[in-house]
Structures are given as structure tokens and as C-alpha cells.
Design a protein around this ligand. Structure first.
Ligand code: MN
Ligand code: MN
Length: 462
């Protein structure tokens, strides 16, 4: 009677040589994307570059309801969020297959007036973004990415610390010799947000009598390189992220260690899946890829997934606001976000039967939230059944996932914001080890299977 027992397989046992090679090649493209897209702006810019190379054009102004089947269009939201669509055989008003991932990741943002000097050193004050464990962000090389928006309307891009010959930045920590009091504190108390100050320089300008000569020296360098002055920080978004590229991990190179798997792994999967749709044969249903910002801080704002811009974008595809609302009711959404992979170093937080495992494929989460599933949209049994059928028919290896043991903690995704619009929605994505750490680990096979899962949705009626 063993056929009555459910068992999901390790992808290395389940897949043939060809699929293993496909996954390896997929991972090479994904690593390039990771390196080119470390912030939400860079991710959107890189996605547009890749999309335009595959025939996508900006969504024409005005009523887009008349777009022909097979049309490939995109809309950037302030350069920080992006919608891409491939129009299907049936009109968009009859329903859309959505996949939505987020392009923001936890990081240290520079404050609006960040630069100061103390102890003959210049520092940047930071304000962390998203859920971080602060102790993980000290004594590692950081790069600065972002923009300074000048009052004259010009945007100055900043990207320093990634190339071998460029300097990096860092936050200091106390030497263990003097850490007796520090080590008595809890992890959350030992490092405070106001201690996450980034060292910017130690070389003064001018003589000893000059005031602020360490801070001024940094400003001089910034002015020479970027043409910006201190006031320009007021309207800048400068993000400190771990410096360095995505790397293979493990002797067998089965994993990728990188900054921002949450949620670039699903961003790239959803993006590649929509780019790969056959240009000569439109999908039956319209496919839309949503790359959204601000998920890590609650999906608020113009570029977050709660933004009504999704309504107006859909209205332009569907031919009106009323049609868009009806379209949502006939739509399906994979909320593509990472889940927690079981980590044998921390077995106590997970319940093994219901935890995702590395190399067991795309993780499906029926619900997220915390406590009694609070704050989750909790997908229907029928929705899970549809995915079972879709994935079985399309060779997608997948597994059920939950964030952790009951009452252990919790978290959320964009799923509820999509579901609240009346769209049938479920969470699905890549299982990750050390989620939200500066360097996160994910399996190449799981990344590839997440791509295959989203491609199956785009290519079929569900
Ligand atoms: Mn996420
Ligand atoms: Mn996250």
C-alpha cells in the first residue's frame, strides 16, 4: 500500500541529466542577474534591458484594450517597480495569469543627512530597511548603490564598492577583548540601529585648525566623483548592500550564495518565464509579471504591491476599470516569494513534515502569517489542487512549505494584497537558507524549478 503514502523527491534523484544541465545553465543567467540587480532600481533597469532585447515595448499611453494577442508591453513605476505583459489569445478582460515577485531586499539605507565626523573619522548614519539581524551587518564589506536626485531634476547614479579596484565600506564591531559587557546582552540588544554607522574615510583635508576637515574631505571626494554636495543627500536614496558577486557554494556547486535571493530568485524566475514565452504563438491567457518594491516594509506606497497602479495598468490592458475588476475575478496569481528551507543547524524552529527542503523543488505555501495564520490570505484547497495538476503535467518538482513551527514567528508576502483584489492567489517560491542575512543560500535546482513552475502557469490555462 506504499502508493498511498505521499513522498516528495530530492531533485537529484528525480531529474535526468538533461534537466540537471538545464538547471546549471539557468543558474549562470541568474547569477549574472543577481550581480547586475542588487537594488530595486537596478533590478527594474536590468529587467527592462532584458525585456527590450526580447521585443517588449513601453505600454502605449491611452486605452490599451485594443492590444493584439502576442503584444509584449511593459510599464515602469518610477523605475522601482515594473509590470510586464504578454497579451493572450483571449482578451485580458477575461482573466490574467499573474506572477508577482518583489525587487527590494533588506539593507542599510543612508539617512537623509548621513555624514558626520567623530574621533578623526568620517561616518555615514544609516537606517536599516526591512527585517535584519543587526549583528550580521558589521565587519563585512559593503557597497553603496543608489541615486542622488538633484534639485535641477537630474539623477546621479551611485555604484561604488563592487569593482576590484574600488574601495568598500564597513560597520565596525567591538574587539572580543573588550566585549565582556556586550556579550552579556541579547542579540537584539547588543547592536542598536544608531550604531550601524558606516566608515566613510579617515583622511583629513586642510590643516589641523580646519573644522570638520574629515567630513569635508569625504564631501570633496563625492563632489569630484559625482558632482554632489551635502544638500544633495537630502534627496538621495543610497543603499549599503554586501559588496561582492553571487558565488557557487559547496564542493558540488549545487547552491548559490548571494545577496538578495529574497526575492531576486523569484524575480528572475518570473521575468525569464515571461520573456521566454514564444513570440510567434501567444499564450491562451494574458500573462503578467509584477516586479514590486517595498515588500520588505509592508508593500505600501506607489511602488508597493498595494498601489492602485496595478488597477490602472490592468484597466489599460482590459479596456476599462470595470473590465479590470471583472478580470481580477477570472485571474490567477502566483505570489512568487521565497520560503524558509529546513536548516539542520536550527531544527527546533521547523516542523520537518511541513518544512521545505533544499533541492526538493519549488516551495508552495498555502498560508503565511503568524499565530493562528493571522495576516495570511490562506489559499483554498481547490487552488492547491489546480497547482498539483499544472505542475504534474509540466514536470515541475515542488513541495509544500511552511515558514516554521506553529507560534514560532511569522511573516508575510504580497499574496494577501493580490488576493484582496479578488484574484485567486497562492504563495510559491524558492526555499532559502539564512533568509535576510547579507549572504543567503539557495539551491540551483529549486531556482530552476521555480522558473519552470511560473513558466507552466504562463503557458497554460489553470
Ligand atoms: Mn520576500
Ligand atoms: Mn523578505
Amino acid at each position: 500500500m506504499s502508493e498511498l503514502i505521499y513522498k516528495n523527491k530530492n531533485a537529484f534523484d528525480a531529474l535526468g541529466e538533461e534537466e540537471l544541465e538545464n538547471a546549471r545553465l539557468y543558474a549562470e543567467g541568474y547569477k549574472k542577474f543577481l550581480d547586475a540587480a542588487k537594488t530595486e532600481r537596478e533590478a527594474v533597469r536590468e529587467a527592462i534591458t532584458l525585456a527590450e532585447a526580447r521585443g517588449f515595448v513601453p505600454l502605449p499611453e491611452g486605452d490599451g484594450g485594443a492590444l493584439a494577442p502576442g503584444s509584449r508591453v511593459y510599464k515602469s513605476v518610477g523605475g522601482k517597480a515594473l509590470f510586464l505583459a504578454v497579451i493572450g489569445e483571449t482578451p485580458p478582460r477575461d482573466g490574467i495569469n499573474f506572477a508577482g515577485a518583489h525587487v527590494d531586499s533588506p539593507r542599510l539605507d543612508l539617512k537623509q543627512l548621513p555624514l558626520y565626523e567623530d574621533g578623526e573619522m568620517a561616518f555615514f548614519k544609516t537606517h536599516y530597511y526591512g527585517g535584519i539581524k543587526k549583528y550580521q551587518w558589521v565587519t563585512l564589506p559593503l557597497a553603496l548603490h543608489g541615486v542622488a536626485a538633484k534639485a535641477d531634476g537630474t539623477l546621479v547614479p551611485v555604484n561604488i564598492g563592487e569593482k576590484e579596484d574600488e574601495p568598500v565600506f564597513f560597520v565596525s564591531d567591538l574587539l572580543p577583548h573588550l566585549g565582556r559587557e556586550q556579550s552579556k546582552k541579547t542579540l537584539s540588544e547588543a547592536f542598536t540601529g544608531e550604531q550601524l554607522n558606516i566608515l566613510a574615510g579617515t583622511k583629513p583635508t586642510g590643516g589641523e585648525k580646519n573644522e570638520n576637515r574629515f567630513k569635508t574631505a569625504v564631501l570633496k571626494l563625492l563632489h569630484a566623483k559625482y558632482g554632489i554636495a551635502e544638500e544633495d543627500f537630502l534627496s538621495a536614496e543610497l543603499e549599503a548592500v554586501p559588496a561582492g558577486r553571487a558565488r557557487d557554494a559547496g564542493f558540488d556547486s549545487s547552491l548559490i550564495l548571494a545577496y538578495g535571493h529574497d526575492d531576486r530568485s523569484c524575480t528572475y524566475a518570473a521575468l525569464k518565464a515571461i520573456l521566454d514565452l514564444d513570440g510567434s504563438a501567444p499564450p491562451k491567457k494574458t500573462a503578467v509579471c509584477i516586479l514590486t518594491d517595498k515588500e520588505e516594509i509592508g508593500s505600501e506606497g506607489v511602488t508597493g504591491s498595494q498601489s492602485r497602479i496595478l488597477e490602472s495598468f490592468t484597466a489599460r490592458l482590459a479596456g476599462g476599470a470595470e473590465q479590470a475588476a471583472r478580470c481580477f475575478e477570472s485571474s490567477f496569481c502566483l505570489s512568487a516569494d521565497v520560503c524558509n528551507a529546513f536548516d539542520p543547524n536550527f531544527p527546533d524552529v521547523s516542523e520537518k513534515n511541513n518544512s521545505a527542503q533544499l533541492n526538493h523543488g519549488m516551495g508552495i505555501m498555502k498560508f503565511t502569517g503568524s499565530g493562528g495564520k493571522s495576516g495570511s490570505s490562506d489559499a483554498s484547497a481547490e487552488t492547491v489542487a489546480k497547482l498539483r495538476r499544472l505542475f504534474a503535467e509540466n514536470g515541475v518538482l515542488w513541495q509544500m512549505a511552511e515558514l516554521g513551527k506553529v507560534d514560532q514567528g511569522g511573516g508575510g508576502t504580497i499574496a494577501k494584497y493580490m488576493a484582496n483584489r479578488g484574484i485567486e492567489t497562492i504563495d510559491a517560491g524558492v526555499p532559502v537558507i539564512s533568509m535576510h542575512a547579507p549572504w543567503e543560500a539557495a539551491s540551483k535546482l529549486d531556482c530552476y524549478m521555480t522558473y519552470k513552475g511560473i513558466a507552466a502557469l504562463y503557458g497554460n490555462e489553470i
